[in-house]
Design a protein around this ligand. Sequence first.
Ligand SMILES: [Fe+2]
Ligand SMILES: [Fe+2]
Length: 466
Amino acid sequence: MAGYRIRDGILIFLLAAVLAVLPVPLAGAVADAYTAQHVTLTWTDKASVTQTITWKTESSWPVGKIMYAEKADSNVFAAKATVVTATSRPLPADGSGLVVHVAALTGLKPDTTYMYLLGDGDSWSRPYWFTTAPANTAAFRFLVFGDSQSDRYESWGRLVRQAYQANPQAAFLTVVGDLVDVGADYGQWREWFDAAEAVISNVTVMPLTGNHETYTPVLGERTMPVLFTAQFKLPANGPDGLQGLVYSFDYGDAHFVILDSQEREEARFIPDMLARQQAWLDADLAATAKRWKIVLLHKTPYPVKSGRSNESVKAAFVPLFDKHRVDVVISGHDHVYARTYPLTGDKITAGGTIYVTAGRSGAKAYQYVTPNELHEFFHNPFEEPNYLVVEVGQDKLSVKTVSQSGQQIDSWQRMKERTQGKSPHEAYYRASFGDSQINRLPDFFRPTVLQAVWHKDRFITAKANY
Ligand SMILES: [Fe+2]
Ligand SMILES: [Fe+2]
């Protein structure tokens, strides 16, 4: 025993000698550095006056706090800053040893950049920043990513970073489900967040689940997507039992609705999950006065992957999209970029809803995919991933679909006329096409330009074959 004591004494002496020669602030910083992982911005309430921040730490940091102030006050940060305590819970992933911290900042000023630090009250992280939404209905841009599920997540990380560099003014981004391949495997989520953190700690992400968020490492065994809901704090305004998975929010003059299409996987836990969403969706869409209505759900009612049909999802939701004149529905699941004509039910109708399948942002691609006669445009991003840039203006919604290397795949617009005494739904629609893609389609699928223009008191529809 005496030998151990002597060795311990020598070690303590050596450590003291090393610390004595270090400059004091560095020694303090090394000892106290607060390490926040996977810092993520979302909204759980109004985008103009709130910001929700989620991050993880090792369990040795069980308490989470945010210290924040307007960026304009950063030179007097300590004097101006407010400190908010997060809700902190263990991450529900066996053996991760991580704590998830969530705090919603409220009472913020619109269109204002804030600086914030994460910590436990004694030691603090490096500074981060976010900017609140303007209070008005000015034009804005958001980014859409198709399924990011992969065996490795480097390609997802590269795409999301390149897309954000090319669109630093984006108000937010979304991923339309199947973020990871096995939703109950935290190792995949860790890679997903490691790849995306540089972006989603700067710009808000409003994601949704896909079928793969319910997958477990046991073949055929499913779970509710608990790791998704633990790591993304989203508005809790959805139907009972589906809060955080089904939700709506506003940005500018647009109303966004996020639905859960995983009936096949989740009905074993919530048998009436589609009926619950129907009642909620009907009331939610009836209540909005926003000019644009945009729905995001993982499994499209108009699939392009061979052998797929999502009939129960289609039967539950499409009549409500028609009733409330939803402008655009954006989906994932097929790992293909496709766009329908404007549709009411299965009928091509000027002013109907346009259904877009967003392609893929991860490594997984499908070889056998087929559009049908309702698809006006189709592209299989087999060679490289892609993303969508959506610009929401007063009278025009523009969508550009681009590949990772920056090639334009598709570009189209949807317009609303602003005329006296007319419903904002009286819209006209005009599409434009990326020529190179048209030539790859068989003759049957060569697109028809459908142009419907509001004239005096009715739509005049013209079709021209290209
Ligand atoms: Fe997928
Ligand atoms: Fe999927």
